[in-house]
Write a protein of this length. Structure first.
Length: 515
């Protein structure tokens, strides 16, 4: 594969290069710290880089990942740096595997220019083929010997991925016998491409966000590992440990050897950066355990930490959990923007922000006065009185002027103007934060939009027991029971809340009665 020509003349390389070329020995020091990459990140804010998923991998992680492959003493004849950025993996791999051909794939024009400069400064430009192309489009010829696919795939959520690429992802996964979701992020596309391009014995070693271990869309990668990997080692870095300086992100290092599956997956969690340097601490799980686990992160978590199995039930045995209602356009349906009069009967006090619950001094929402109102109109507006209809007609004219009727949610509900709030839930909870959820007794009967979940009894439960349950949940539910997303946010889906183990209600009633 020929190196693609990079029009570096049209790209301004940061002035930092001049600093490192003005003193003896500066080239080597510049490469060690990747001065060009550092300058690029300073000149381009994390916010501006986020849509393309550009976050450079710290040197200690690069060195650790390359060293882990070296330690295995394998015949690596080719290294593919997938999403090469400024070439940190390429340069480290070139040093570690002096006989291997290095292919650095980078589609960003500016980064590709910096990559070429770094390769030249390091003296290995003749050993590295730079391919300025999307990794998913790259075609690699088969070779004799092992290929190592390594890197930090861009973290881009599915919202930013085109329908064509989503269809590509589903198609390539289908060729490997796996059904895939279009909700997968770009890092899963890179896994699919690397594994599909591999021959038995090839290695795939990526550092990515950890959420694929827990999400439904990540199930396809988990299945792919079980069916295509002869060896798989997964290191989950504790979400509280920062790996990247300019991004709040969870991190998982996944090393796969492609081949006949051996029905074993090794997983560990490290709680310090120093622990990354030690190749131990893995727990071994067979295929059946992995298939039964709804989330692979659960495999590493103690079960029923607070109560014995004989004295516990699942929360879903006695309560159902439902998301708050999606309005389709909060700027219209949540009070504040519209200044005209509306009938009180269509304006409902509601939890419209997680802070409505987190800011409470106690776990009781007693007073609705501080809450905003959600406008929820009846399906049949003729139920309103004449004066009320006139007020609502003016509101709907205003709402249409803001195109509230054309949004996805509004256009898929009948009638479009009815938000459809659920009845008040006796218990409400936050579901996404960098902390455990907050459970609150909903004494004032507030409604919910989709910033909180509502817990509804499936049977009559006394107020005292509901109070005791809220106290117990706030004292015992930890972040371990949720799923961790890339930014370190812990999310509790309704199904996960219903799987929480809680004491039997009669034991909660006894505890309450002794107070």
């Amino acid at each position: 594969m020929d190196s693609l020509e990079i029009a570096s003349a049209s790209i301004s390389v940061p002035n930092t290069l001049q600093l490192f070329t003005s003193q003896p020995g500066a080239f080597a020091r510049g490469i060690e710290v990747d001065a060009l990459g550092v300058a690029f990140c300073k000149e381009n804010s994390p916010q501006s880089r986020r849509p393309q998923g550009i976050t450079l991998t710290p040197h200690f992680v690069v060195e650790q990942m390359v060293e882990e492959v070296v330690r295995r003493n394998l015949d690596v004849q080719r290294v593919v740096d997938c999403g090469a950025g400024t070439g940190r993996f390429s340069i480290a791999a070139a040093k570690a595997f002096p006989n291997a051909k290095i292919i650095a794939v980078e589609c960003n024009v500016k980064l590709a220019a910096l990559l070429q400069e770094n390769l030249t400064l390091s003296g290995i430009a003749d050993r590295v083929t730079v391919v300025r192309q999307d990794f998913r489009d790259v075609a690699l010829a088969p070779i004799v010997g092992k290929t190592l696919y390594i890197g930090n795939p861009p973290y881009v959520r599915h919202h930013e991925i085109s329908p064509a690429w989503k269809s590509w992802y589903q198609a390539i996964m289908k060729t490997m016998g796996v059904k895939a979701s279009q909700l997968a992020g770009l890092h899963l596309h890179f896994f699919a491409k690397a594994i599909a391009s591999s021959r038995p014995g090839d290695l795939v070693f990526f550092i990515t966000a950890a959420e694929w271990l827990e999400t439904k869309y990540g199930r396809s990668l988990r299945e792919l590992i079980l069916t295509k990997a002869s060896m798989a080692e997964i290191t989950v870095v504790d979400a509280r440990i920062p790996i990247f300086e300019d991004a709040m992100a969870t991190s998982t290092l996944t090393l796969i050897e492609v081949g006949k599956p051996n029905n074993i997956v090794d997983i560990r969690q490290v709680e310090t950066l120093a622990a990354l340097q030690h190749p131990n601490g893995f727990a071994r799980f067979d295929t059946s355990a992995c298939q039964l686990a709804a989330r692979w992160s659960d495999l590493l978590r103690p079960q029923d930490e607070t109560i014995g199995l004989s004295n516990s039930i699942q929360l879903g045995d006695v309560l159902s959990v439902h998301r708050g209602q999606v309005t389709g356009m909060n700027a219209v349906w949540v009070s504040g923007a519209y200044q005209g009069p509306l009938p009180d009967k269509v304006c409902f006090a509601a939890v419209t922000c997680a802070k409505d619950l987190l800011s409470l001094s106690t776990a009781r929402l007693d007073n609705a006065n501080a809450l905003r109102r959600v406008i929820d109109l009846p399906a049949d507006l003729l139920e309103l009185g004449v004066a009320e209809q006139l007020e609502v007609d003016e509101f709907l004219k205003w709402a249409k002027s803001r195109l509230a009727h054309t949004g996805y949610i509004a256009s898929h509900r009948k009638p479009w103007h009815r938000v459809g709030l659920r009845a008040p839930a006796p218990i409400v909870m936050t579901y996404m934060a960098r902390r455990p959820p907050r459970f609150v007794r909903n004494i004032c009967g507030a409604r919910l939009i989709n910033v909180a979940h509502g817990l509804y009894p499936k049977m009559p439960i006394s107020d005292d027991v509901l109070d005791a349950l809220v106290d117990w949940l706030n004292s015992n539910v930890s972040t371990n029971s949720g799923r961790t997303y890339a930014g370190g946010l812990i999310k509790f889906e309704p199904g996960e809340v219903m799987r929480l183990r809680i004491p039997r209600l009669e034991s909660l009633a006894r505890v309450r009665s002794t107070r």
